[in-house]
Design a protein around this ligand. Structure first.
Ligand code: F6P
Length: 324
């Protein structure tokens, strides 16, 4: 019989479609196991200020299809400081909370590791559109974001073809190129620029476009992950060196919103329920992850050290081969 009587749940960092399914599964699983559950608003910020609400089944009814996070979120600067983490830990203890479930990306995991020193048992669920939590093959929100980007690029391409232009489309991903690679490959982009593989070889992009132009093509698509290169400068370079009119579209926050796909709802549900199971087994400070499509859990300190989440070279090379 587990010692866990009451748990708190929060979402932190950039919101990601599927977070609501994870929250729902945590709440329903906890209640079904006789565990009381409290929702913490605005991520670690709400933990510091004790901005919470008790969660019952009615609070999480019909939220699987909602984008964003019903618990709201933040990137807490204060939580980086020990005095605020102590305050947050005191709040949890004062309210008899035995453990915390934190849903978010890399920053959330780092916050949980620091929190471990304050004696709080934290279970993390990977949720970020970037898919950049290295220990997990999947992070909640990626599938929805990649599909949103793909659909937007399909539309941009329609206009690009009509006008005979080159479209340079910037997608999100901060230090990871997954959204760019998946959305770019799904739309057969002529070039995909991602941080993991970018060697600064602009000439090869220009040469590709020139060769296709000589071959009779009238429109082109370059998908670039944010932060790798300056998209307007690249568009200008394409215009200068090829004479082809070029336009930039920055997809931005539309990639973070919208109804989650079935995959994000399913994985959110699985991970949320798994987190409660981990707590019922009296495990502490675990990171939930997907490996070989199976749910597993790591010690959170071990999880942060895993660095094997590189972009698959075969997929990247294939994206070039299939860009005809
Ligand atoms: O959540 C991930 C992400 O969308 C990144 O792809 C992007 O760089 C960043 O968040 C933007 O963060 P913010 O919401 O703080 O502008």
């Amino acid at each position: 019989m587990s010692d866990i009587r009451k748990i708190a749940v929060l979402t932190s960092g950039g919101d990601a479609p599927g977070m609501n399914s994870a929250v729902r599964a945590v709440v329903v699983s906890a209640i079904n196991s006789g565990i009381e559950i409290v929702g913490v608003m605005r991520g670690y910020e709400g933990l510091i200020d004790w901005e919470t609400q008790p969660l019952g089944l009615a609070d999480v009814r019909n939220i699987n299809n909602q984008g964003g996070t019903i618990l709201f979120t933040s990137r807490s600067e204060r939580f980086l400081q020990k005095k605020y983490r102590e305050q947050a830990a005191k709040n949890l203890r004062d309210h008899d909370v035995d453990a915390l479930v934190a849903i978010g990306g890399d920053g959330t995991l780092r916050g949980a590791i620091a929190f471990q020193n304050e004696g709080i048992n934290t279970i993390c669920i990977p949720g970020t559109i970037d898919r950049d939590v290295a220990c997990s093959e999947y992070t909640l929100g990626f599938d929805t974001a990649a599909n949103t980007a793909m659909e937007a690029i399909d539309r941009i391409r329609d206009s690009s073809v009509s006008h005979g232009r080159c479209s340079v489309v910037e997608v999100m991903g901060r230090k990871r190129g997954y959204i760019a690679l998946w959305a770019g490959m799904a739309t057969s982009a002529d070039a995909i620029i991602i941080p993991e593989k970018w060697d600064g070889d602009y000439d090869s992009i220009i040469d590709t476009i020139k060769a296709k132009h000589a071959d009779g093509r009238n429109s082109y698509l370059v998908v670039v992950a944010e932060g790798v290169t300056d998209a307007p400068e690249l568009a200008q370079m394409i215009l200068d060196k090829t004479g082809i009119e070029s336009r930039v579209s920055v997809l931005g926050y539309i990639q973070r919103g919208g109804q989650p796909t079935a995959k994000d709802r399913m994985y959110g549900s699985l991970m949320g329920a798994y987190a409660v199971d981990v707590l019922k087994k009296d495990k502490a400070n675990r990171m939930i992850a997907i490996k070989n499509d199976i749910l597993i859990d790591y010690d959170i300190k071990e999880a942060i050290d895993i660095q094997n989440n590189q972009i698959d070279s075969f997929q990247y090379e294939l994206s070039k081969l299939l860009a005809e």
